[in-house]
Write a protein of this length. Sequence first.
Lengths: 178, 531
Amino acid sequence: MIVDRMRTNRRTAQRLAIVVVLMFGFGYALVPLYDVLCEITGLGGRTGVVAAGSLDGAVDTSRTVKVQFLGTVNSRLPWEFRPSVGSMEVHPGQVYETMYFARNLSETVTVGQARPSVAPSVASLHFNKTECFCFLLQELSPGEARDMPVRFVLSRDLPAEIATVTLSYTFFNSGQTG
Amino acid sequence: MSTSYGAHADDHHGPEPGLLRWLFTTNHKDIGTLYLWFALIMFFVGGFLAMGIRAELFMPGLQVMDPHLFNQFTTMHALIMIFGAVMPAFVGFANWLVPMMVGAPDMALPRLNNWSFWILPFAFTLLIGTFFLPGGAPAAGWTIYPPLVLQGGANVAFMVFAIHMMGISSIMGAINIIVTILNMRAPEMTLLRMPLFVWTWLITAFLLIAAMPVLAGAVTMLLTDKFFGTSFFNAAGGGDPVMFQHVFWFFGHPEVYILILPAFGIVSQIIPTFARKPLFGYESMVYATASIAFISFIVWAHHMFTVGMPLSGELFFMYTTMLIAVPTGVKVFNWIATMWRGAMTFETPMLWAIAFVVLFTIGGFSGLMLAITPVDFQYHDTYFVVAHFHYVLVTGAIFAIIAGVYYWLPKWTGHMYNERLGKWHFWLSTVSVNVLFFPQHFLGLAGMPRRIPDYAVQFTDWNMVSSIGGFAFGLSQLLFVYILVQTIRGGERAADRVWEGAHGLEWTVASPPPYHTFEKPPRVTEAEAHG
Ligand code: HEM
Ligand SMILES: [Cu+2]
């Protein structure tokens, strides 16, 4: 009778332990789930991949959108970093190029990684880059300076109420050395 | 006489002599006592830190400590109070009462029970020890947001391991409680005859096994981000610090209900006793508790309205959060309806329980204000939030714990406490706690940020008032210890059914109960059912 009950108790406890393990896994599963959600919705301002519709050459000249550029450096990266122009007027569908400038202010070789973000977040789904210094790590020797291009196109289906889009980069120290 | 210990849980023997009794005990009453003492000690450690915080905030400028130490104080105060005081106190109640209330001889897994408790002192030694590390204790707030928290030194590793240990302890405790309630009830104790305290703990235990592992995952990710080069929350490596907030609050909001549901249970035992009426709407109380638990998993982002969510997200979390107020309101109305036209008397436990209902409701209302997304942009990270969660946690959870201690102490010790001193303790605490926390609403609305050691001079007056209330509240709790010790050491003998209006199986055994109770399942008469 007692032995019986001990066995049932242990079985119930084991089932509950499975729930615990699953929930621990679920905590980790939230990471990819969150990524997928951001990918779909544009939350977090992640910029899109190049969509076929936006590169067919057709340009919507009837519409002008202002694109603003920002550049910030994380405190652990001893660099100067800024856009060479503050903003541009662009037509959806046309490819544009702009420059960002970076200079290593420290005495050592440092490797930086830029992370882009687009605001408002709905616009990020329609903001496509064909070339960007953020695709690669950037390595600068002491005192070295570099102009880095970004080539981008706004897709024509950018929601009509959006008149201004902001592209901002934060440069982080990648932690790698040379 | 030689006695053989161990083999059978139902051996007829008393406690082992000496101190080792406490180390090796598998008796639910012993373990309940250990948990309650541990919680009391942690309550005073956390309280000491709170006194430091209020001393620093007594005046603008920096007088008592430097800002870094201040941040350590706020962080450790919260971690110790939540994981060291409130949660272990509730587990202590569960250990003492759940087996007696359902007519079981002990917890279902007694040896696991011993482990659950004895992990805790080690976890907190590890956590509190960080004060003596170079760089000090964790200082990024109890919400341990990266990247700030990762700037701590070795304390990150200590804190993460301490949280793992607390998590394991409370998960094992929760499993034990669920198994006890599901498998060990006396045959006549059907689910819908269980006391509400047992119900609320059953649901809390499910919250624990669902939420604590997620916290364990989140802190493990912090650990690997800091020491092993992963980039879960590191933007440079492709991670996202906002994601931590999602994972943390997915645990964090259920956690706040872990901290309050057992309190609902305690109050639901006390009010019927002193109103001399059965609990109004027993079944609706059970359903309300279950729906609160369920909804608590889909409201988490109300802690992060300001991170830049899309409008649809803000609206979703605003409405679900407000939805929680409905079952919570059901409970408050049921308590009031229970008291309505009851033959009420106001012994100390009842006073604390009534204060709980009133003051917890104030905290619920400020919660509703915070749930309104557009105004939360103003209130977020101000003292208004601090006022909110102290109303629900101090005058909510802790008042219920104190109410429960006065209510069951005569049962546990066999002695009546000193009623006159108990009333003094109640009035001193209730007045001072409001002097302490009510002005924090004004400070928050006026714009004083939380977690700052120094502030603009226009906030001085209310901060002084609040600090004076704080010192008075702290001192009043020394009276509590005095009353506890006095009651344990002696006093008027308590009857078995300590309170004439009390129902439930725990009142059918002697006061204090013998070391082993209900080795044979008791009958459950209609009078004792869901007392
Ligand atoms: C009617 C029920 C409740 C509602 C609508 C509610 C709503 C909220 C909201 C919206 C916030 C976020 C405020 C901000 O940071 O801007 C908050 C914070 C908080 N609430 Fe509640 N709440 C409720 C009940 C409770 C209960 C019962 C507890 C615990 C027993 C609790 C504990 C907390 C804590 C600890 C925080 C602050 C967390 C932190 O940032 O450190 N709340 N509440
Ligand atoms: Cu919450």
